[in-house]
Design a protein around this ligand. Structure first.
Ligand code: NDP
Length: 301
């Protein structure tokens, strides 16, 4: 058996199409253009690439984007002052502070200073609490992308056994809550889980968010399961270059699973698209707009 490849690029394209249509609708009927502010502290090359691609996607979808490049030497107080200005700016509906911050800065006071209404990264404790309470929340983007891909692949998730390996606040916990909201029976596994292979083998939906290259092997996967691989691990090649691999051993798992996300090209492309959904959603909530179709799942193919 060879698994169906869950193409995150194709899926994110469908989602972006729906977002662009909603943005155009919001502009034409309400005169509101969603605005995303991104804050980049320092010159980390990977962060520069991520922020650039978020800005580019916002533009492509018809949103306003505001880029704030801050020197690596900036103080905590200056960064908090910038967040306060963005909180007060009515043209800014979403604020994303690119992580990680340089070592001398503490990310938690910065995340906590972002107005929960503009918390499009979904990392503020109020956003996490709203998700836990089952209310309407701005949910972290990677977990939202995982849940959308799983739902798109499975159709109905109700009653399925989902195993989420990893319990970070950034990925594992919110993915588990989203799948619970979809009426999955959820098991959260982590580094102290006993018989991890056996637990994984019981999953209809297996989400790997561990950060350990190719840890989950094909014989850990239930035949026909849907496998969502969040991991991004850089592996050295014999030629001195490197390649990206996931937390799942794709070569073996893809012969057992029913459907599987590749790395790269699976979960990754969904993350930015979900950031744009959050920006649209934040703009609608801030302006009291209720009649624009904000995508909550992937549109059909
Ligand atoms: P963290 O390091 O914060 O969390 C890792 C989790 O995996 C922990 O809960 C840990 O358990 C668990 N874990 C570690 N080792 C094992 C093990 N041997 N067996 C079982 N569980 C284990 O990582 P993140 O959640 O931030 O990220 C996970 C992966 O997802 C990384 O590869 C990261 O690069 C990737 N990622 C990808 C994104 C994307 O857009 N595609 C976005 C964000 C992250 P414990 O709690 O017990 O220590």
């Amino acid at each position: 058996m060879t698994a169906r490849v869950i193409d995150g690029k194709e899926a994110s394209g469908r989602l972006k199409g729906a977002i662009a249509a909603a943005v155009a609708d919001m502009k034409s009927r309400h005169g509101v253009t969603p605005g995303l502010a991104t804050v980049l502290v320092g010159e980390d090359p990977a962060s520069q690439v991520y922020v650039k691609s978020k800005q580019k996607t916002a533009h492509e979808l018809g949103m306003n984007s505001f880029q704030h490049d801050v020197p690596a030497t900036t103080s905590q107080a200056d960064l908090l002052a910038l967040v306060a200005r963005l909180n007060a700016d009515p043209g800014v509906n979403g604020i994303l502070v690119q992580l990680p911050l340089p070592k001398h800065l503490d990310q938690f006071p910065v995340i906590n200073a972002i107005s929960p209404a503009k918390d499009v990264d979904g990392l503020h404790p109020e956003s996490a609490g709203r998700l836990l309470a089952g209310g309407d929340a701005l949910v972290a983007c990677t977990p939202t992308g995982c849940a959308m891909l799983a739902k798109d692949a499975a159709g109905d998730l109700s009653g399925k056994h989902a195993v989420v390996v990893g319990r970070s606040i950034l990925v594992g916990k919110p993915v588990a809550l989203l799948l619970l909201n979809e009426n999955c029976t959820v098991t959260m596994a982590h580094s102290r889980t006993q018989d991890l292979a056996g637990v994984c083998r019981s999953a209809d939906i297996l989400v790997a968010a561990v950060g350990k290259a190719e840890m989950i092997k094909g014989d850990w996967v239930k035949p026909g399961a849907i496998v969502i691989d969040v991991g991004i691990n850089r592996m050295p090649n014999p030629d001195g270059k490197s390649r990206l691999v996931g937390d799942v051993d794709y070569a073996t798992a893809s012969h057992v699973a029913g459907a599987i996300t590749p790395v790269p090209g699976g979960v990754g492309p969904m993350t930015i698209a979900c950031l744009m959904v959050n920006t649209l959603k934040a703009a609608a909530a801030q302006r009291g707009i209720k009649d624009v179709a904000i995508p909550t799942r992937l549109p059909p193919k």
